[in-house]
Write a protein that binds this ligand. Structure first.
Ligand code: PLP
Length: 441
């Protein structure tokens, strides 16, 4: 009998035995095409010898040193590497163990920044409906995904959730995409004026929404207008690239494509590519200097901050993404995946939208393509797709989400950057079979 506390106590998973390239194998020898990289983690695929060797070499040299006493060479190198490629005046890197920790650090840093600036009233966070920023209580409070929040209210911090930028559901027919982008961003200003900008510390959003919305990209101009509003009212912009960062959308940082630099940027998942648990919070010089010239101490910390072995994996992963020219490959393979999804599902009566950027794509399912009506949640379409796909040897990331009860079911795809043309075909065929099985049930 297992003593593991599994995610689903009534659905015990198979035992994963090994990984190679885009495939995972369980102990019975069954092969799975990892079309979501777990949860947008395994950007380099499985069994990458260069990364494994880098981790082993670091373990041989220095496995761990506490940041209360030391910094380390891999942590310094990783910070230099990230800042060398980060946009704007992002200047400092705080290394943590994953995405939720990165968001917690972001929220606490935003709060401390305003306390040290002498604006202690600024405590409120504005984020978006249907968002996910992590599962620890602070990050969970920031997120707007009702399913994840439901059992834990009242949550921790003063929060507002505005509508996301969601072209498929919320753009009106009488406006251009650009006009919609500005209108969607202006919801932030409306909310700021409603709650009083002097009470707000930050706005948080994912540049491309992953798990909770199936690769929802922002309309052109949306984030530029968001940036303007943040600057006008003196609030910080926190971008959560835990899922969409590290090359996944076709640029090292997703926000580069939206032409904005946040004050705080969170990354994780693809940073360690699954070889080590690691995340990071990057912040601007302005924020760092406020702490440096104030208390000189960020009142935060975890035991595994700046973990040397995790940082060594991060250095090897970022070097591989850049050195192997994988970002152009994300764009070409992403275009092929999009074309294959369009060919397979473009006319499908239950596929309402196919969207995304790079190798971060989503398919939204609907009961009625004309009215965009979602499936009755009781049909559990997303869950059924996940099960049918897994049985067929495909790992993908179906989810159901709600925005005012409307959005229904979607499937997120985030395969390794090394995915081949044949594997794209295999992915789409297996996904198609899984969707048909789920629709028949
Ligand atoms: N932020 C986003 C956008 C995520 O997708 C996730 C995880 O899926 C997190 C934060 C939390 O990251 P982690 O699960 O590493 O704590």
């Amino acid at each position: 009998m297992s003593h593991i506390f599994p995610r689903h106590t009534k659905q015990l998973p198979p035992v994963a035995a090994r990984g190679e390239g885009c495939y995972l194998y369980d102990t019975s020898g069954k092969q799975y095409l990892d079309a979501s990289g777990g949860a947008a983690v395994s950007c380099l695929g499985h069994g990458d010898k260069t990364i494994i060797e880098a981790v082993k070499a670091q373990l041989d040299t220095l496995a761990y040193a506490h940041t209360g006493f030391f910094t380390s060479e891999p942590a310094e190198t990783l910070a230099d590497l990230l800042i060398a490629h980060a946009p704007g005046d992002l200047d400092r890197v705080y290394l943590v163990s994953g995405g939720s920790e990165a968001m917690e650090a972001a929220l606490k840093l935003a709060r401390q920044y305003f306390v040290e600036k002498g604006e202690p009233k600024r405590g409120r966070l504005i984020a978006r409906k249907q968002s996910y920023h992590g599962n620890t209580m602070g990050a969970l409070s920031a997120g707007g995904n009702e399913w994840r929040r439901a059992q834990f209210g009242p949550l921790l911090i003063d929060m507002s959730h505005i509508d996301p930028c969601y072209e498929y559901r919320l753009k009106r027919d009488d406006e251009s995409l650009e006009e919609y982008g500005v209108r969607a961003a202006n919801l932030l200003e409306e909310e700021l004026l409603r709650v009083g900008p002097e009470n707000v510390m930050a706005f948080a959003a994912e540049p491309v929404v992953g798990a909770t919305a199936g690769a929802l990209t922002a309309a052109p101009g949306y984030f530029k207008r968001i940036r303007e509003i943040c600057d006008q009212y003196g609030i910080l912009l926190i971008l959560d690239e835990v899922m969409c960062g590290m090359g996944r959308t076709g640029s090292l940082f997703a926000c580069e494509q939206d032409g904005v630099t946040p004050d705080i940027l969170c990354i994780a998942k693809g940073l360690g590519a699954g070889y080590q648990p690691i995340g990071a919070m990057l912040c601007s010089r302005k924020i760092y200097e406020t702490i440096e010239n104030g208390s000189g101490f960020f009142q935060h910390g975890h035991t595994y901050l700046g973990h040397p072995t995790a940082a060594a994996a991060g250095v090897a992963v970022v070097s591989a993404i850049l050195g192997r020219n994988l970002i152009p490959r994300v764009k070409t393979q992403g275009a092929k995946l999009m074309a294959a999804l369009e060919a397979e599902f473009g006319q499908h009566p239950n596929v309402g939208d196919i969207r995304g950027r790079g190798l971060f794509q989503g398919v939204e399912l609907v009961a009625d393509r004309e009215t965009k009506a979602p499936f009755d949640p009781a049909r559990k379409i997303a869950g059924r797709i996940k099960t049918a796909a897994f049985e067929a040897g495909l790992i993908c990331y179906p989810m159901s989400g709600t925005i005012d009860g409307q959005s229904g079911d979607h499937v997120l795809l985030a395969p390794p950057f090394i995915i081949s043309d044949d594997q794209i075909d295999e992915l789409v065929q297996k996904l198609s079979g899984a969707i048909e099985t789920a629709l028949r049930a």
